[in-house]
Structure formats: structure tokens, C-alpha cells
Write a protein that binds this ligand. Structure first.
Ligand SMILES: [Zn+2]
Length: 243
């Protein structure tokens, strides 16, 4: 293979690395968004547990208030009892007081139930919050690693681009212009190896005469007659078994 062609092949591998790095860099925002989404799902689960606990506490508070109302009613009814003129009136007040006591007992039973329920709810919230804190720390670490990786990719991209520019400056004009033209059309691969009588890009057979020209390694570009890519040929490495 001529050094001119070797340089074009080198440019092609640099271009492939540039494309890979650009792809890697481009997916970072998507990756960060995915990480954030996973954490949001966890946060929502914690919110559900917190809401259940809050509802429990709110109901207890309301029942406490209801009990106070009943107690006030009882105190008022007791005052009224002393003003009762007849037994009938007295019994009516007494019946109302009994009813209020019954109500209070009902509320107290419900408060006990709620207190029993609140223990596992409280534990759920504590567990969920601990899991969230752990996950948040993991997410932060993952984000940091992703950012660092991207930063390394950016630095490498700059270096590869500089190497590419240098290689392109030293390449033969007709070689590089053919390379650029084919690369645009053929989606990346413009230079393909001819191996075992075939073009490794399109897998079509290369005519023996063309293979012969490739083997001779003469000056000038040889194109694949099927896919029109630039062909190169690496002679098989002979291993000296007597050594
Ligand atoms: Zn081909």
C-alpha cells in the first residue's frame, strides 16, 4: 500500500473516532434525563407514603376537635340540667349528655385505630426517605461520572480533530477530495480493504485484473467497480516457520 493511501486510511479511522465521540457526547443530555426520571419516580413514591401519614394525622386532629366540641356541649348541657323544671326536662338533658359521651367514645376508638395504623405508615415514610437519600446520592455520583466521561470525550475529540487536520494537510489533494466525496455518499466508509478477491465493504468480487493492480501497489487510486469505494490491499503476512 502506498503511503498516500495509508494516510487516507488513517484519516478514515480518525473520522470514525470523531463520529463515535460526537455520538457519545450527544447522548449525555438523554442519559442525564433518564437518571433524573428514575429519581422522580422514587420521589413520587415517597410522596404517596407521606400523604398517607398526613391523612392519618389530619383525621386524628379532626377527631380531637370533635371530642372538644362534644365536651363543650356536655358542659353546657350540665349547666342547663340544673335549670330543669321537670323530670322530663331533666331526663332529656341527661339523654343528650349520654349521647355526647357515646360520640366521644366512638371518636376515641377511631383515634386508637388511627394510632395503630400510623406506626407502619411512619415506618414506611422513614424507609422510603432513607431509600430516596441513598438513591439521590447514587444518582449524583452517576451524573458526575457521566459528565466526567463526556469531558474526557470532548478533550479526545479536540485531539483527534487536530490530528485529522494535520493528516489532511499532508495528504495528496486528489486522494483527499475523492475520499471526502465518497465518504459523504457512502456513509462513513470510503476506503475498503480488498481481501480474498472481494471488496470488504460491499462484498462483491473484484476482477482478477484489478486485484493484480492492487497487488502491484502502483501509484493512483483504484476504485471498487461495484460500490466505487477506494480499495486498498494488504499483502498476507508470511510467517517464516523455519525461524
Ligand atoms: Zn465495493
Amino acid at each position: 500500500m502506498s503511503t498516500d493511501l495509508e494516510l487516507i486510511l488513517k484519516i478514515q479511522s480518525l473520522d470514525q473516532r470523531i463520529a463515535d465521540l460526537q455520538k457519545e457526547i450527544a447522548i449525555l443530555p438523554k442519559r442525564i434525563a433518564e437518571i433524573a426520571k428514575a429519581l422522580d419516580a422514587r420521589k413520587r413514591r415517597v410522596e404517596v407514603d407521606r400523604a398517607a401519614l398526613a391523612a392519618n394525622q389530619k383525621e386524628r386532629k379532626r377527631l380531637d376537635d370533635d371530642i372538644k366540641v362534644q365536651e363543650q356541649k356536655i358542659s353546657k348541657l350540665k349547666d342547663q340540667t340544673s335549670t330543669a323544671k321537670t323530670n322530663e326536662q331533666y331526663r332529656a338533658f341527661q339523654a343528650e349528655i349520654d349521647y355526647c359521651h357515646k360520640e366521644i367514645r366512638k371518636f376515641e376508638d377511631r383515634i386508637l385505630e388511627l394510632m395503630t395504623d400510623s406506626e407502619p405508615l411512619d415506618q414506611n415514610v422513614k424507609k422510603a426517605e432513607a431509600a430516596l437519600a441513598l438513591e439521590a446520592a447514587q444518582v449524583e455520583a452517576e451524573k458526575k461520572a457521566a459528565l466526567e466521561r463526556t469531558e474526557a470525550h470532548r478533550k479526545e475529540l479536540e485531539q483527534v480533530k487536530a490530528a485529522r487536520a494535520q493528516a489532511a494537510a499532508g495528504a495528496r489533494k486528489d486522494y483527499i477530495s475523492n475520499y471526502e466525496r465518497i465518504r459523504k455518499r457512502a456513509g462513513g466508509v470510503a476506503v475498503a480493504e480488498a481481501a480474498e478477491g472481494c471488496c470488504t465493504a460491499c462484498n462483491m468480487t473484484i476482477r482478477p485484473q484489478v486485484m493484480q493492480e492492487l497487488r502491484q501497489g502502483l501509484d493512483g487510486i483504484i476504485f471498487c467497480e461495484s460500490c466505487k469505494r477506494i480499495l486498498y490491499y494488504n499483502p498476507p503476512v508470511l510467517i517464516d516457520e523455519t525461524a
